[in-house]
Design a protein around this ligand. Structure first.
Ligand SMILES: Nc1nc2c(c(=O)[nH]1)N[C@H]1C(S)=C(S)[C@@H](COP(=O)(O)O)O[C@H]1N2
Ligand SMILES: [Mo]
Length: 306
């Protein structure tokens, strides 16, 4: 299946599957808490890496095979336990080097920002991958809204800490809150989005409701979920997996088939949904988005800045 730039996921999903799936998930969506009111607005689909290997993963795969350590370390734990998370009301603190810092109610923060669909490859550092039809908007829209000051060079993100509802936070598997960060030019790049939904449905809690980052050319752990704080900083912010194991997980973490993880190869990946005995697929430099982001790293040694 080849994608054309103006295609939506419903155009490439056989009609019967489409209807079945919508019936299945409309019940689930009705039960799920929260979501951003009126988020589905004008859309124009833009699929920056058109081509082979972009068959969509099913809603079931995307919402049942997850990493979200706040709910446990097993791939099925988030789907089992994330329903306990209250996602409305939701406040995002935006602070640091911005003109209009504050505690923003999510609906206010996003009012007037139209969502669009982005079909992206998603590559976990553990060497599995998916293709996901996100709904969201460019992070730069939010940053422009709060006014980034000229001294800012990085953006730091934090996930909610609420062990009453996030049972994985009752153990110190990571040093909570989960933290991530981007260089400002990475954050402003049009590929970097905040996702509030997938398959035209509000984001399932296990995928990071009500809002999560998606940085498609970086390993999945950069795409931090259930964000409650965004801070503009001058210095490179500490990030969870780098704090946990700096020799294995760098700040940049760009998908790179030529720089192996110390304990496994990054040259190939297992596409979820392909089946256990399917051939592994080659991993693409910058996960296939080099035309859009390669310039960000001109002159950098990507083996040193992994
Ligand atoms: N807060 C938080 N964000 C997180 C994680 C996490 O454990 N906690 N896991 C990361 C990892 S390792 C991956 S691969 C992706 C998985 O996203 P998905 O479950 O929506 O596919 O979320 C990332 N964001
Ligand atoms: Mo991951």
């Amino acid at each position: 299946m080849r994608f054309k730039p103006d295609m939506k996921w419903s155009d490439v999903t056989p009609k019967a599957d489409f209807l079945n799936r919508r019936q299945l998930i409309s019940g689930a969506a009705a039960l799920a808490a929260g979501g951003v009111a009126g988020q589905i607005a004008a859309r124009e689909a833009w699929h920056p890496a058109d081509g082979e290997g972009l068959e969509l993963n099913s809603f079931e795969d995307i919402s049942n095979y997850n990493n979200f350590y706040e709910f446990g370390t097993g791939k099925g734990d988030p789907a089992q336990y994330a329903g306990a998370l209250t996602t409305k009301p939701w406040t995002v603190k935006i602070d640091g080097m911005v003109d209009r810092p504050g505690d923003y109610d999510l609906d206010d923060l996003l009012s007037g920002i139209a969502t669009e669909e982005r079909i992206y490859r998603f590559r976990c550092v553990e060497a599995w991958s998916m293709v996901i039809p996100w709904t969201g908007f460019e992070l730069n829209r939010v940053l422009d809204r709060v006014g980034v000051q000229p001294s800012a060079r990085y953006v730091a993100f934090e996930t909610l800490v609420r062990p009453e509802e996030m049972i994985g936070q009752r153990r110190n598997t990571l040093d909570w809150p989960y933290r991530e960060g981007l260089r400002l030019d990475e954050a402003m790049n049009p590929l970097t989005i905040i996702a509030t939904g997938l398959y035209d449905e509000p984001l399932p809690n296990q995928n990071g409701a009500p809002l999560r980052l998606v940085v498609p050319w970086k390993y999945g752990f950069k795409s931090i979920k259930s964000i409650v704080r965004i801070t503009l900083t001058e210095d490179e912010p500490p990030t969870s997996w780098n704090m946990q194991n700096p020799g294995e997980y760098g700040f940049y973490s760009n998908v790179n088939p030529e720089v192996d993880h110390p304990r496994w190869s990054q040259a190939t990946e297992r596409r979820i949904g392909d089946g256990l005995f399917a051939r592994r697929r080659p991993t693409l430099m910058f996960n296939g988005y080099g035309d859009y982001v390669g310039d960000l790293y001109a002159g950098m040694d990507l083996a040193e800045f992994y």
